[in-house]
Design a protein around this ligand. Structure first.
Ligand SMILES: NC(=O)c1ccc[n+]([C@@H]2O[C@H](COP(=O)([O-])OP(=O)(O)OC[C@H]3O[C@@H](n4cnc5c(N)ncnc54)[C@H](O)[C@@H]3O)[C@@H](O)[C@H]2O)c1
Length: 385
């Protein structure tokens, strides 16, 4: 292998072209962009004009057969992620796949069977928000045991405002057939991943999924779900794309304290209330009716414009790409291993299934039943057209 990783990008639409520009500009010193691929001629014309030294393909299979490429970033629509990732691994490429891992867990599980057989290839997923310093700080605190047993996780993430014009763009977005859902599969995969990254996977899910709220669409844009965990902990997740300005507030309560992460425009902060004595210990000996448990309050911020660009969305994507290159070249631990992708997707599939069947869903759920129900949605959508 050369002293840099030779990348190809499959799908150079909105996200893929950002990755292409940034790698080509040299934002990862271990990476070179050698090839891109898109089925859309207009995107290839853009690449030929703006990435003159980069080879341009119209068929990803041809890109995958090139000996000049070590690794691919997959930035095509969601249904194709597990299909292309599987072929790329089998073609001997290292794979960094955009989120979500896929639309339904069965396809992703099949991809993982392939990934197991290709263990000498690095397989990552673009969960860039894991590199946000506030979420990674929260993860470290929880893993250190300071928070004790988690009792509750609640996330209100309603600042994904999308007007009708967004849905009227057409294409694959905002349809069951093209995208496999709405806010859960498009906007929320990052939060669904962080929800399970920080609090673990639940054993039960109850979902309330509303479609077409104040918008002329077939997919959901307003969701509330409840989760229950093996230790008796619970979770609540609320999201929508029709509130403005909306809220982004994550709260995790543990025996040892509370973590709150809130975002307002470009400003983000985390407050950690570390109890001086764990609540269960305090409760054993306390005789007062309405006591307060002493705590130490710590605040962490990524609040300036400069930080927003360095650590925010642009920085975060590059953090994942740099980490991926180093994982291939130097064995660095992946921030977001590809095989973690199924967890957030399991949550969203279970939430849909719960809402469609109007009942609580135990995990693991019936994957064949999910596909059957999803296909029903696709058929209903087609019948409407
Ligand atoms: N990590 C993030 O923050 C983030 C942000 C936005 C989008 N995404 C993800 O990136 C993916 C793409 O989203 P987007 O907004 O760029 O969509 P997009 O429609 O703008 O781009 C997708 C591109 O893939 C091309 N394409 C489709 N099928 C192809 C194939 N078989 N071979 C080659 N090219 C093909 C399309 O022509 C298009 O140019 C989605 O899965 C989305 O969830 C991630």
């Amino acid at each position: 292998m050369k002293d840099y990783l030779r990348y190809g990008i499959i799908g150079i639409g909105k996200m893929g072209h950002n990755h292409a520009i940034r790698i080509n500009y040299g934002l990862d010193k271990n990476a070179r962009l050698l090839a891109v691929c898109d089925i859309d001629k207009a995107r290839r014309d853009w690449a030929e004009k703006n990435l003159p030294k980069v080879k341009c393909y119209s068929d990803y299979k041809e890109l995958l057969s090139s000996k000049d490429i070590d690794a691919v970033i997959i930035a095509t629509p969601h249904y194709s992620h597990p299909v292309i990732a599987k072929e790329a691994l089998l073609a001997g490429k290292h794979v960094l796949c955009e989120k979500p891992a896929g639309v339904y867990t069965k396809a992703v599980r099949e991809l993982y069977d392939t990934a197991k057989d290709c263990s000498n290839r690095v397989f990552g997923i673009m969960y860039n928000q894991r590199s946000n310093p506030l979420y990674s700080k929260a993860k470290k605190i929880i893993e250190s045991g300071e928070m004790g047993e988690i009792k509750r996780i609640s996330w209100i993430i309603t600042n994904w405002y999308r007007p009708q014009a967004y849905y009227d763009q057409g294409g694959w977005r905002g349809t069951w057939e093209g995208e496999g859902g709405g806010v859960l599969i498009n906007q929320c995969p990052h939060q669904l991943d962080l929800f399970q990254w920080l609090a673990g996977m639940p054993i039960k899910v109850m979902g309330y999924v509303k479609t077409s709220v104040k918008r002329n669409i077939n997919v959901e844009n307003d969701v509330t779900f409840y989760t229950e965990y093996e230790n008796g902990a619970s979770g609540v997740f609320v999201t929508s794309t029709h509130d403005f300005p909306g809220t982004n507030r994550l709260e995790i309560d543990g025996d040892g304290g509370q973590i709150v992460i809130e975002q307002h425009a470009l400003s983000e902060k985390m407050t950690y209330y570390k109890l001086k004595i764990k609540e269960t210990e305090f409760n054993k000996n306390n005789k007062k009716f309405m006591p307060r448990i002493p705590y130490k309050k710590k605040t962490y911020k990524t609040s300036t414009l400069q930080n927003a660009f360095a650590l925010g969305i642009i920085g975060q994507h590059m953090n994942i790409i740099r980490n991926f290159s180093k994982a291939v070249m130097k064995g660095e631990k992946l921030i977001a291993p590809g095989t973690d992708g199924i967890n957030g997707l399991t949550l969203s599939n279970a939430v849909y299934l719960s809402s469609w069947l109007n009942k609580e869903i135990d995990l693991p759920f019936d994957e064949a039943l999910f596909i059957e129900q999803l296909n029903k949605k696709i058929a209903e959508e087609k019948a409407k057209q």
